[in-house]
Design a binder for this molecule. Structure first.
Ligand code: AVI
Length: 321
């Protein structure tokens, strides 16, 4: 554990850094070009994602907040008085504040790979909730299988995983991630998770094709990041954002589509694009409440409650190990 200038414990589990270069070069060399969505989130991409969350068409964020606000007392009752809140990621301060206020937990444990986001988020929460014990864990939560002893010793663990981030995994990866979470939490643990619901494709298509073009800028920012960090020469004007609901797969797909036959260089490697050929940049899977319940059960959780909003846009599940 390292001492920090602010009043929280910082556990640096030294996650390995992502290999942006290798993943981009490998992904662009595939017959169906693709780049993993985790690379959207550089400083500019994170700013654009925050802007997406405020868009009128992007319903998930405010709908989930509405469900959490309406159910906060019930969540506190289910979790019990001596609970410790763990959170995968640390980007959702409005949601976590709402839960902390309602639950009065015995501590908060954000688990986040990016040191600076983690430190900022933990520092902000110490200001808001002076006296709340915070253990910030710098780790890749997809790989985290054991908690530091000081964290393990405290309270009943409730893991909060909001935002339908699980939807950016394939169903197989999502099941694996839930299994890892069940092991991490142990027998008295619980999971509070936000999951976007299947719905009218028109509503989904609008959410990922906003009229202000923020989602397009978020998607195209990946090419700007490649140019900047990997010495690429993508001409952003020669690509367009494309997002659509794929009903067979139950997912919204995002692509960057080439507007011409063109040749692009990334770190001294040349890639040819045909007109209309695309780089697949993200999947966002949508689940019915029953589909998600089944997946969670396969991973070792017992579904206890599920709440949705009046329009049936988004779901929040409370599950026990
Ligand atoms: C972070 N994740 C859950 C978002 C989603 O809806 O899949 C990312 C996003 N992509 C485009 N808009 C938002």
């Amino acid at each position: 554990m390292q001492a920090t200038p602010v009043d929280f414990a910082f556990h640096d589990l030294e996650p390995g850094s992502d290999d942006f270069r290798a993943d981009v070069l490998q992904g662009l060399a595939k017959p169906g070009k693709e780049i993993p969505p985790k690379y959207f989130y550089d400083a500019e991409g994170s700013k654009l994602f925050s802007a997406i969350c405020e868009l009128p068409e992007y319903y998930p964020t405010r709908t989930e907040i509405g469900i959490l606000a309406a159910q906060a007392e019930e969540i506190a009752r289910l979790a019990g008085p001596d609970s410790l809140i763990l959170e995968y990621g640390s980007g959702s301060s409005q949601k976590i504040r709402l839960l902390i206020q309602a639950m009065r937990p015995c501590g908060y444990v954000p688990i986040e790979i990016c040191r600076s986001y983690l430190q900022d988020a933990a520092a902000e929460l110490t200001q808001h909730f002076p006296g709340l014990p915070i253990h910030a864990i710098c780790a890749d939560y997809t790989q985290l299988r054991h908690l530091p002893a000081e964290v393990k010793a405290h309270g009943r663990h409730m893991l909060f995983f909001p935002g339908s981030t699980i939807g950016n995994c394939t169903p197989l990866q999502a099941t694996q991630l839930l299994k890892t979470a069940a092991t991490l939490l142990g027998p008295s643990g619980a999971l509070l998770i936000g999951v976007d619901l299947k719905k009218d494709p028109a509503r989904l298509n609008a959410a990922y094709n906003d009229t202000q073009g923020v989602t397009a800028a978020f998607n195209l920012n990946l090419l700007r990041r490649i140019n900047q960090e990997l010495d690429g020469d993508f001409d952003l004007a020669n690509f367009r954002h494309r997002a659509f609901y794929n009903a067979d797969q139950g997912r919204v797909e995002m692509h960057l589509e080439s507007l011409a036959d063109q040749r692009v260089r990334v770190a001294d490697v040349i890639f040819d694009f045909r007109r209309n050929e695309s780089i697949h940049t993200e999947n966002s899977y949508k689940y019915t409440t029953e589909e998600f319940r089944q997946m969670a059960e396969t991973a070792g959780f017992k579904p206890l409650r599920v709440w949705t909003d009046a329009e049936h846009l988004f779901s929040v599940h409370y599950l026990q190990v």
